[in-house]
Design a protein around this ligand. Structure first.
Ligand code: PEP
Ligand code: MG
Length: 592
């Protein structure tokens, strides 16, 4: 479990005189920091890998409400409050428009819907009718709906931060204060905040913002998702964050989840220099994925839309196209034509020939209101992914029709797979539906342990498998993937998870069919070598992870990957596995 709070820097006697630097590759470097004031190490969850250092800029505190004032004209007051909400909704929607078709745009559009929600407006009206002024009416209404989200738990609870942002923006609008948001100090900085709303994160400029540290947030919070897609190192759930002083120098390790405070300026600059040198070294490794002895391992990209393809020119194709981003935050399902256009755009613009399209993964952390799915006590164990077909087969069939039409129009044949496949019967049914529409490569995601254990049987129905380690961990370890406190169980180095991957790798080899990994595990360079040793033939990740994974594979032989896999399968815990595999590959490199 992630430790939180401040602790003395490593090497107590020489507090911060020496520091270990990890520049997103697992390489250990040593930096002399010398004479740093009051250094300490804060721990949180590392949710976006990489290393950066710089001066802290804190997000401004949310606008404070003045004392309540008596309301003389209820109609005027209601109009003032509702206008503020409308302005916020319009601003969020305009920002979404500036990031069309991207994950970020979909998130902002959903937040704009939240600000315009009739239920929220109604609560504001009731509050004014009960005697509150506009500012207090907005504040209390957002507080009311926030509590409801928190009580709903899971994905809904993580959206509470979005509502806080709406509250802050609307209260500022009512009071005539500037819109709260990311500071602009005129120099690069490490952004420290209580939490970040999508509207803040979307427009972050990676040239100015070096890294993110937040007190709140979980592994799948928007801060985490967007930081990863922008390649910004990020640590969330860092309880010591409020104590980090504005203008002080810190280093942030988004891989280890550590923030070292009280650095001297020269030490921070040295860390930045080393991280930049490391990035240059990694950028020099190009071309297709290969082990040191030439075994091909396809390196692919995870995307939410065609807009995410720009940064992935170095990928050999798309390993996971999450089509649900087209459906999120919508009052109605996107129509056939709209879907064809979205899929065709990806097929035409893909960096390599291969594109793996995943059919709609709805339910639990990706709720789609228009599906009208029944309320469930345990949504993660309920009607989600392919199971939506049990109640709304029409939605999945229209999607398959649209994918087939996009293939015809673009002349590019996608590989098509379904999420949350659990049994061979489900695999056979999906394959029949897809093949009836002319899809030539049909596969399944392996996210449920039962499917991993029957990988060989599933492959009799299918052409390929793609392992979703995020969900496979969740279901194998009975640990909610959004639960920050259970992060240790969700660690992809857990031998229990790797044994399930090994089963799939074995089945793939026996059938002579490809088995990829498209969960976050594929983005960890050292673990990537283990996955290849377990028989995985492709790795799919977001763009910033491609170079480190490619570079690590290129200096590890297939035999070393297989030895690493055996070590990891038998390790007592994830930390021991990492250490033993890193030691083994370092020793191998030293012998060469
Ligand atoms: C996974 O579960 O590992 C996966 C890639 O799918 P998602 O994260 O979209 O659920
Ligand atoms: Mg999944």
């Amino acid at each position: 479990m992630a430790e939180t709070g401040a602790s003395p820097a490593a090497g107590t006697g020489r507090a911060a005189a020496e520091e270990t630097v990890t520049a997103g590759t697992g390489e250990a470097l040593v930096t002399e920091t010398g004479g740093a004031p009051a250094a300490g190490t804060l721990h949180g969850l590392g949710v976006s890998p990489g290393r950066a250092a710089g001066r802290v800029c804190r997000m401004a505190d949310p606008p404070r409400l003045p004392a309540p004032r008596p309301v003389a004209d209820t109609a005027r007051e209601t109009a003032l409050a509702l206008r503020a909400l409308e302005e916020v909704a319009a601003e969020l929607s305009a920002r979404a428009g500036r990031a069309p078709g991207s994950e970020a745009g979909a998130i902002l559009e959903a937040q704009s819907f939240m600000a315009a929600d009739p239920g929220l407006r109604e609560t504001v009206e009731e509050n004014v009718a009960a005697g509150m002024d506009a500012g207090h009416a907005v504040d209390a209404a957002c507080g009311h709906h926030r509590r409801a989200l928190l009580e709903a738990g899971g994905h809904f609870a993580e959206r509470a931060a979005d509502l806080d942002d709406i509250r802050n923006r609307a209260v500022a609008a009512v009071l005539g204060l500037p819109v709260p948001g990311v500071p602009d100090p005129g120099h690069p900085f490490v952004l420290v905040a209580g939490d970040l709303a999508p509207a803040d994160t979307v427009n972050l400029d990676p040239a100015t913002v070096l890294a993110l540290v937040t007190e709140k947030g979980g592994p799948t919070s928007h801060t985490a998702i967007l930081a990863r897609s922008r390649g910004l190192p990020a640590v969330v759930a860092c309880r010591g964050a409020p104590e980090i002083g504005d203008g002080t120098w810190v280093s942030v390790d988004g891989t280890a989840g550590e923030v070292v405070t009280g650095l001297a300026e020269e030490a921070a600059e040295e860390i930045l220099r080393r991280a930049a040198a490391e990035r240059r070294r990694l950028a020099a490794s190009t071309g297709p994925g290969r082990t040191a002895d030439g075994r091909a391992v396809e390196l692919l990209l995870n995307i939410g839309s065609a807009a995410d393809l720009g940064a992935g020119a170095q990928a050999e194709g798309v390993g996971l196209f999450r089509t649900e981003f087209l459906f999120l935050g919508r009052a109605d399902a996107p129509g056939f034509e709209e879907q064809v256009a979205a899929y065709e755009a990806v097929l035409r613009a893909s960096p390599g020939g291969k594109v793996v399209v995943r059919t709609l993964d709805a339910g639990t952390d990706k709720p789609l209101p228009f599906l009208d799915l029944p309320e469930e006590p345990n949504p993660a164990l309920g009607v989600r992914g392919l199971r939506v077909g049990r109640v709304r087969q029409d939605v999945l069939d229209v999607q398959l029709d649209a994918i087939a039409e996009a293939a015809r129009a673009s002349g590019v044949q996608p590989w098509v797979m379904a999420p949350m496949v659990t049994t061979a019967g489900e695999a056979a049914d999906f394959a029949a539906r897809a093949r009836a529409r002319g899809v030539t490569r049909v596969g399944a995601m392996i996210e449920v342990p039962a499917a991993a254990l029957r990988a060989g049987r599933l492959l009799r129905e299918l052409d390929f498998l793609s392992i979703g380690t995020n969900d496979l961990s969740q279901y194998a370890f009975a640990a909610d993937r959004q639960h920050g406190e259970l992060a240790d169980l969700l660690d992809p180095w857990q031998a229990g998870l790797l044994r399930l991957v090994a089963e799939c790798g074995r089945a793939g080899r026996a059938a002579g069919k490809p088995v990829g990994v498209c969960g976050e595990a594929a983005a960890d360079p050292l673990l990537a070598t283990v996955l290849v040793g377990l028989g995985v033939t492709s790795l799919s990740m977001s763009a910033p992870s491609l170079a480190p994974v490619r570079e690590r594979l290129a200096r590890t032989s297939l035999a070393a990957c297989e030895t690493g896999a055996r070590i990891a399968l038998d390790a007592d815990d994830p930390a021991a596995a990492r250490e033993a595999v890193a030691g083994m590959t370092a020793a191998g490199a030293a012998r060469r």
